[in-house]
Design a protein around this ligand. Structure first.
Ligand SMILES: [Zn+2]
Length: 191
């Protein structure tokens, strides 16, 4: 089976303000009754997380089932990704050209991956990396490229919810406003 997660990544959070933003986001989620303030053993890969609150249904698209696990708030430079699977392509932040990273048979296209792999490594080390678009030849900040299925996000703050029904667009918009109208992306998948 595996566990399903959805991570709301704040793409505008910086190393300097990620901790304060994490607290602001969490305070709002607790005040709304979406998660509980106390922490319990409810997330994968961490000892403690915030379990669902009494009004968790406000956050989700359809109340098909109850969330079984909780929220882990992740701060610090992180390569967020969708777990099982990968991105079929990346899209240039300037011209929106798609760079195919896999064939239709899911064979990795090494030449296409090369600059992205290098940039991901550089970003991990330094927080700064760009990839030059093969179509328009402009350098695009790694964090500004978009990915098939929002598979990757590079940032300093993520709210990682385990085994919740799909979040509603309205909730995601409200939450982005709470974070100061920041650009957010939802990275989801299975582990
Ligand atoms: Zn381009």
């Amino acid at each position: 089976m595996g566990n399903y997660f959805q991570t709301i990544v704040d793409l505008h959070a910086t190393p300097a303000d990620a901790t304060a933003l994490a607290a602001r986001g969490l305070d709002w989620l607790v005040a709304e009754g979406i998660v509980r303030a106390e922490r319990t053993d409810c997330v994968l890969g961490a000892p403690l997380g915030h379990p669902p609150g009494p009004l968790w249904a406000k956050a989700v698209e359809q109340v098909d089932w109850e969330p079984s696990d909780g929220l882990k708030v992740e701060t610090g430079r992180t390569v967020f990704h969708g777990g099982q699977g990968d991105a079929m392509y990346a899209a240039c932040p300037h011209c929106a050209a798609r760079v195919d990273l896999y064939t239709d048979e899911w064979d990795a296209i090494e030449d296409a991956w090369d600059p992205f792999n290098k940039a991901i490594g550089t970003w991990r080390d330094s927080g700064q990396a760009a990839v030059t678009c093969p179509r328009c030849s402009r350098a695009g900040d790694l964090t500004a490229w978009t990915w098939d299925n929002d598979y990757y996000a590079f940032g300093y703050l993520g709210f990682e919810f385990w085994d919740w029904p799909e979040f509603s667009p309205g909730f995601l918009e409200r939450f982005a406003r709470v974070l100061g109208d920041h650009r957010t992306v939802l990275v989801g998948g299975k582990f």
